[in-house]
Design a binder for this molecule. Sequence first.
Ligand SMILES: Cc1ncc(COP(=O)(O)O)c(C=O)c1O
Length: 372
Amino acid sequence: VTSAVRVPYSYLDAQFAHPEPALAGIRELVARGDFTLGGALEEFERRFAALCGLPHAIGVSSGTDALALCLAAAGIGHGDEVITTPDTFIATVGAINQVGAKTVFVDCGDDYNIDPALIERAITRRTRAILPVHLTGNPADMVAIQKIARRRKLIVVEDACQAIGAAIGGKPVGTFGIAAGFSLHPLKNLNVWGDAGLVVTTSARVAAKVRLLRNHGMQTRDRIAVLGYNHRMDTLQAVVGNWLIGDTQRVTEQRIANAARYDRALAAIPQITLPPRRPGVRQVYHTYVVLAEQRDQLYRYLRARGIEAKVHYPVPLHLQPGLRHLGYKRGRFPKTERQARRILSFPVHQHLSDQQLDYVVEMVGRFYAERK
Ligand SMILES: Cc1ncc(COP(=O)(O)O)c(C=O)c1O
């Protein structure tokens, strides 16, 4: 099959077709020799905090390290259990492991996020924290999760790596727990030229602790206050971030508009199930994920027609060989497992035209029509 229209998943070539302003910024940085921490990073942290509507943002080396720093700042470590979901990117578990704690999984709901109704029965004497993931850029049910955390005296840390700009009832993600981690990995809604992330928090005390921990626990050159990490955000990436951050609001709005266009058109195709869209919840569509009948066949059909559909993620984490030591068997998290067989992601990024979006829907419709 040859298709006239192509719908690529990656947009980095289009996004970075004219990188001159960032390259000029890097040239200035090199002239200053200001490679670690410094002015450009401070500026980026201020702007990111303002973008999120939060008082504190701390630039760190990646989203994974941001989550680990949140947990470490909360004093979570060896012997502690942290509850999260198997329907996430491996980095969530990697962060828990990084601080020496144990991951305990709870199944997800129809929104692909942790199901609050199942959290209580996973709590043990060792549970210290809940780490909900705002998967796809759709906020988890933080009101229900906060209620449980308050009642059971647990810490909440938000994995907001996919959710820059998401909110519940106007309240931004990152304000529900003691802290949250964001990722600026290249295909995130705000991205840089490699790895970087941020911790955000409403607490001045947590912010100060994270600042200390990301830089070896060094209070001054000669005083180590606590044992920390080398988890600083590269100043060079902050230059790239400062170049792009002014556009993040527009990028987010465009992704939301693209998703709404998909939603309206896909509602007419009964073999496609959209996740619930809760009123008052601002989803930012890092990914646009639906459930599709005959998923694997549809995936191949679309790929053959120039549409780069993807699956996020085909193997739930509890079934990954690298996590066998957690002791979970197939069948333990039925919703996550069922969804892994049916989920499909369509390109939703800000560089797509209405024509490309409509072409995706047209091809999905044609696939099912041909099989009637
Ligand atoms: C849900 C989730 N958590 C954590 C991460 C880790 O972020 P990073 O790749 O910046 O370490 C990512 C993204 O990669 C993610 O999607």
